[in-house]
Design a protein around this ligand. Structure first.
Ligand SMILES: [Zn+2]
Length: 184
């Protein structure tokens, strides 16, 4: 149901003149053929501040069933840039990625620039940049998944498991991308 809503919402925003123009700079990065559409939709909603984070729900006047604070237990309100990029708990996955790749990365505070930081990490053509970008989408989707599990399934955050999942999720996605590389 939520997914159907997202596609509808995406369509309406795309045909809205000004907002459509504004997103042109990063739309091609988000709606990339290497990225599964489910992951693109999460990123697209994130950049448009349309994900149902606690802060966005609060702004829309939706009553929250749980605390308005971040599930990372850091005591901050759950805003997009915090949850996905700057939370000392959940956002720490980016530091893990940098260690995993063996490349020091200086990330932007959030938004499309954060994605570009990862895409521009390795010098190369658009194909290489797009493959690097897949990592970003995988991590963002995983953070959203873990966040939802913590809230709705009342799971406990175990960092070690989270990182293990990130790596196998990444392995699968990258393998899929590399297998399909003849198409790009
Ligand atoms: Zn946090």
């Amino acid at each position: 149901m939520d997914e159907v809503y997202s596609v509808k919402e995406a369509y309406h925003l795309l045909i809205e003149g000004d907002e459509g123009k504004e997103e042109c700079t990063w739309a091609a990065d988000v709606w990339n053929s290497l990225v599964p559409s489910k992951m693109s939709t999460i990123a697209w909603r994130l950049f448009h501040k349309r994900l149902p984070t606690k802060e966005n729900l609060r702004k829309r006047g939706v009553p929250l069933n749980s605390s308005a604070l971040c599930v990372g237990g850091c005591g901050n309100p759950e805003m997009e840039d915090h949850l996905f990029f700057n939370c000392p708990t959940l956002g720490a996955i980016w530091r893990g990625i940098a260690r995993w790749l063996g490349i020091p990365i200086v990330f932007a505070e959030g938004g499309p620039d954060h994605l570009l930081n990862l895409k521009n990490l390795v010098p190369g053509n658009d194909k290489i940049r797009d493959r690097m970008g897949v990592i970003w989408f995988v991590v963002v989707s995983l953070i959203w998944k873990v966040r939802n599990e913590l809230i709705f399934n009342h799971t406990t955050l175990i960092w070690k498991n989270c990182w293990k999942r990130a790596k196998s999720f990444l392995g699968e996605s990258l393998e899929r991308v590399l297998r399909g590389s003849h198409m790009i």
